[in-house]
Design a protein around this ligand. Structure first.
Ligand code: AMP
Ligand code: ZN
Length: 664
C-alpha cells in the first residue's frame, strides 16, 4: 500500500478519534485501539520523515522547548468584562442597552470559565499561533504548549474563514487537577493551590512535553475577524463547534433579562455538577450588528456583562486544630469544625496549610470561621468572624512537637512547612514510607497492600522497607486475615521486587523531592547508589535539571547514618542499586553534552536507537535546529528546510557513519 496514503489515512482517523474523545467526550474506540493506531503512525512517520507534519496527531506529546516566550501584539484587542453582582445591576444594564439599541434584544448566556484566557489564530484551517491575553494589547506566544492540548484542533473541519481568531479559556478540570496533586503529594511536594493558577502556570512552562502531561482543556467562546460571515454570538458558537472546537453545550440563547436571571439562578445552584470551575455567567448581546452599535468603554465591551456568583461560604465553629504527619514528615494543620452544610456536602474539616497561614488569618480554637469551597477538593478557611471571638482567647501556638511521636518539629529556612525529623521512629512516617516503597510506580510489590503494611508495622514485624526482605511466612501467618496463599504471595512478591531496576528503587526510597523523573536523571548520571551517596550538594546541582532543593534533600538523606545502613541492607539482600551491567555497557560520556538533531532515514540503526545511543552516551537530542545544535545527523530523504537551516547556522552536518565513528 502507498505509504503516504496510509499516513494520511491514519492522521485523519486519529484526528477524528481525538475529537470524539476530547471534544465530544464520546470515544468510539478503546484506548488500546487508539494507541495501536498512533503507534503505527509514529513508526511510519519515523521511517518516512519526508512526510513530516507539525499538525500530525503524533505531535501532541510535545517536546518543543520555549526558552523565551515572544511578545505578540493582538490583531484585535482582548477586553475585560464589566462585573455585576445582582438582579438590579443587570436590569440597569438592560436600560443602558435600550438607550442605544432599537428592536429586539437577545442575549447569549455562557458560563464564565475560570482559567487562563487564550487567543488562537487559524489560517486556512491550521492553528497558526496561540497567545495569552497579557495586558489585552499584547500577550505571550505559547503556541508550542497549546498545541499539546488535545481539545485544541490543529486542523479544522468543514468550511471556515481563511483567517480568524478564536478566544477561549484554558482550564484544568477538577478531576485532572486532583490527580496531579495526588502525584505531587506522593513525592513530598506541596500540592497546587487551585486549578486556575495551575492552568495559567502550565502555559508558561518551557517544556511542552510537561504541558502535554497535564490534563488541560480549551473551552472556546468567541470568534473575531474580518469577513467571517458570522452575524451573531450564538451563530459563532455553533460554527466553532462545527469546525471542531470544544464549545460547552451549556451556552443558551435568551429573550429577556428574566430568562437570563433564571439561567443564572440555575447555574448558581448547579455549578458544582460541572467538571470544571466557573465563577459566574457571561451575558452577551447576541447580534453583532447591535454589538457594534454599543461599542466599548476603555476597558470592556458595553454589550457584555459578567455576573459573578457569590463564593459559597458558611460560618461555623472551629473546635480544634490538630496536626497531621505525612510520609515525608511534613506537618499539616487541620481545622476540625462543627459540621456545616456547604455546596451540597457536609464539611467537618478544613486545611489550614501551614503556620504562616494560621498567623495570617489569626485563627484560634473556639473562633467562628468562614469556610469556603473553591476549586480545591478540601474546603478552606478564608477568615474569622472577629465580632464573635471570645475576648479571653489567645493566639494559636503552633505545635512544637510531633503529635505522633513527640519529637520537636523543625522548619527549614525558606520553607513553609514544619517537619518531624524523627524519620525512622515516627509511626505515620514509617508506615507511609513503606507504603510508598511497595506502591505500583515504585517497587510494585504484588500481594502487599497499604493496610497490610500498617498491620506489619503495628505488629512490630517491620520498621523500615529493608525489613520486608527478612519477613518469613511463619511470622506473617498469625496476622489478621492472612491465609496460607496470601502469605505465599506476599513473600514471593517481595522476592520479585529484587528485579526492579535501579531508577525505580531510587524513587522507592522516598527521598523528599525525588519523584520518578528526578530518580531517572540521578540514576542515569550516577549509575549506582554509592556514587550518588558520595556526591556533594555541589556535584548534585551540577547535574542537568537538578536544583538546589533536590540536591540538599538527597545529600541530607545520605548524611543520615540510619539511611546509609538501610541502603546497605537492601544491597545485601540483592535489591538493584546500580544500573544493570547491560545498560551500563552501552553508556558513556563521549558525546560530552553536545546537542544533536536527527533527520531522515538511516540504514544501520533506527531513529529510535540512534536517539537512545545519543542519550546513553552523554548527548542530548532535540527536535528542531537552533543555534545551540552542535550536530545534525543527516539520513536519506532529509527535509530540505532542516538542511537549509543547518547550513545557515553553520551546524556540523554528519552522516550516520560519522556518528557511529564518534562513538568508537
Ligand atoms: P475579567 O478578567 O474578570 O475582566 O473577565 C474577563 C475574562 O473572563 C476574559 O478575559 C476571559 O478570559 C474570561 N471568560 C471566561 N469565560 C468567558 C466567556 N464565556 N466569555 C467571555 N469571557 C470569558
Ligand atoms: Zn513524628
Amino acid at each position: 500500500m502507498d505509504v503516504e496514503k496510509r499516513i494520511q489515512e491514519l492522521r485523519e482517523e486519529l484526528q477524528q478519534h481525538n475529537y470524539n474523545y476530547y471534544v465530544l467526550d464520546k470515544p468510539q474506540i478503546s484506548d488500546y485501539e487508539f494507541d495501536m493506531k498512533l503507534k503505527e503512525l509514529q513508526e511510519l512517520e519515523e521511517k518516512h520523515p519526508e512526510f513530516e507534519d507539525p499538525n500530525s496527531p503524533t505531535q501532541r506529546v510535545g517536546g518543543a522547548i520555549t526558552k523565551n516566550f515572544e511578545t505578540v501584539v493582538h490583531d484585535h484587542r482582548m477586553y475585560s468584562l464589566s462585573n455585576s453582582y445582582s438582579k438590579e445591576e443587570l436590569e440597569e444594564w438592560e436600560t443602558r442597552l435600550r438607550k442605544v439599541v432599537d428592536g429586539k434584544l437577545q442575549y447569549v448566556c455562557e458560563l464564565k470559565y475560570d482559567g487562563a484566557s487564550i487567543s488562537l489564530t487559524y489560517k486556512n484551517g491550521i492553528l497558526d499561533r496561540a497567545v495569552t491575553r497579557g495586558d489585552g494589547f499584547q500577550g505571550d506566544d505559547v503556541t508550542n504548549n497549546v498545541r499539546t492540548i488535545r481539545s485544541v484542533p490543529l486542523k479544522l473541519k468543514g468550511s471556515f474563514p481563511e483567517k480568524f481568531d478564536i478566544r477561549g479559556e484554558i482550564v484544568l478540570p477538577y478531576e485532572g487537577f486532583a490527580k496531579m496533586n495526588a502525584e505531587r503529594v506522593d513525592i513530598g511536594e506541596e500540592p497546587y493551590a487551585n486549578p486556575r493558577n495551575t492552568a495559567s502556570g502550565s502555559l508558561k512552562l518551557q517544556d511542552s512535553a510537561e504541558v502535554a502531561r497535564r490534563p488541560l482543556e480549551c473551552l472556546l467562546y468567541s470568534i473575531v475577524g474580518e469577513n467571517t460571515g458570522i452575524e451573531s454570538q450564538f451563530e459563532g458558537l455553533e460554527k466553532a463547534r462545527e469546525w471542531g472546537f470544544k464549545v460547552p453545550q451549556e451556552s443558551e440563547l435568551k429573550n429577556s433579562i428574566e430568562e437570563v436571571l433564571d439561567y443564572i439562578n440555575y447555574w448558581d445552584n448547579h455549578r458544582h455538577d460541572l467538571p470544571y470551575e466557573t465563577d459566574g455567567v457571561v451575558v452577551k448581546v447576541n447580534s453583532f450588528y447591535q454589538q457594534e452599535e454599543l461599542g466599548h468603554t476603555a476597558k470592556s465591551p458595553r454589550w457584555a456583562m459578567a455576573y459573578k456568583f457569590k463564593a459559597e461560604q458558611e460560618s461555623t465553629k472551629l473546635e480544634k486544630i490538630t496536626y497531621q504527619v505525612g510520609r515525608t514528615g511534613a506537618i499539616t494543620p487541620v481545622a476540625n469544625l462543627q459540621p456545616v452544610q456547604l455546596a451540597g456536602t457536609i464539611v467537618k474539616r478544613a486545611s489550614l496549610h501551614n503556620a504562616d497561614q494560621i498567623e495570617k488569618l489569626d485563627v484560634r480554637e473556639g473562633d467562628t470561621v468562614f469556610v469556603e469551597k473553591g476549586g480545591e477538593i478540601i474546603p478552606k478557611i478564608v477568615g474569622v468572624d472577629f465580632t464573635r471571638r471570645d475576648p479571653d482567647s489567645e493566639p494559636t501556638k503552633y505545635a512544637t512537637h510531633c503529635p505522633e511521636c513527640d519529637t520537636e518539629l523543625v522548619r527549614n529556612e525558606g520553607e513553609a512547612q514544619h517537619y518531624c525529623p524523627n524519620t525512622n521512629g515516627c509511626p505515620p512516617q514509617i508506615i507511609g514510607r513503606i507504603q510508598h516503597y511497595i506502591s505500583r510506580k515504585a517497587m510494585d510489590i504484588e500481594g502487599l497492600g497499604g493496610e497490610t503494611v500498617a498491620l506489619l508495622v503495628n505488629a512490630g514485624l517491620i520498621e523500615n522497607y529493608a525489613d520486608l526482605y527478612t519477613l518469613k511466612k511463619e511470622d506473617i501467618l498469625p496476622l489478621e486475615r492472612m491465609a496460607e496463599k496470601s502469605a505465599d504471595n506476599l513473600i514471593s512478591g517481595i522476592e520479585k521486587s529484587k528485579e526492579i531496576p535501579f531508577e525505580r528503587v531510587l524513587f522507592a526510597l522516598g527521598i523528599r523531592y525525588v519523584g520518578e523523573t528526578v530518580a531517572k536523571k540521578l540514576a542515569k548520571h550516577f549509575k549506582n547508589i554509592d556514587a550518588l551517596a558520595a556526591a556533594s550538594e555541589e556535584e548534585l546541582v551540577n547535574v542537568d535539571e537538578i536544583g538546589a532543593r533536590i540536591a540538599w534533600s538527597v545529600a541530607d538523606f545520605f548524611n543520615a547514618e540510619s539511611n546509609r545502613e538501610i541502603v546497605q541492607r537492601l544491597k545485601d539482600y540483592g535489591v538493584q542499586l546500580e544500573i544493570s551491567a547491560e545498560k551500563l555497557a552501552n553508556q558513556t560520556d563521549v558525546l560530552g553534552g553536545n546537542s544533536f538533531v536527527i533527520s531522515g532515514v538511516f540504514e544501520k540503526v533506527s531513529r529510535n536507537d540512534l536517539k537512545k545511543m545519543i542519550e546513553d552516551n552523554g548527548g542530548k537530542v532535540s527536535s528542531s535546529i537552533s543555534s545551540k545544535t552542535n550536530y545534525l545527523v543527516a539520513g536519506a530523504n532529509m527535509g530540505p528546510s532542516k538542511l537549509a537551516k543547518a547550513e545557515k547556522l553553520g551546524t556540523n552536518i554528519i552522516s550516520e557513519d560519522d556518528f557511529l565513528k564518534m562513538l568508537n
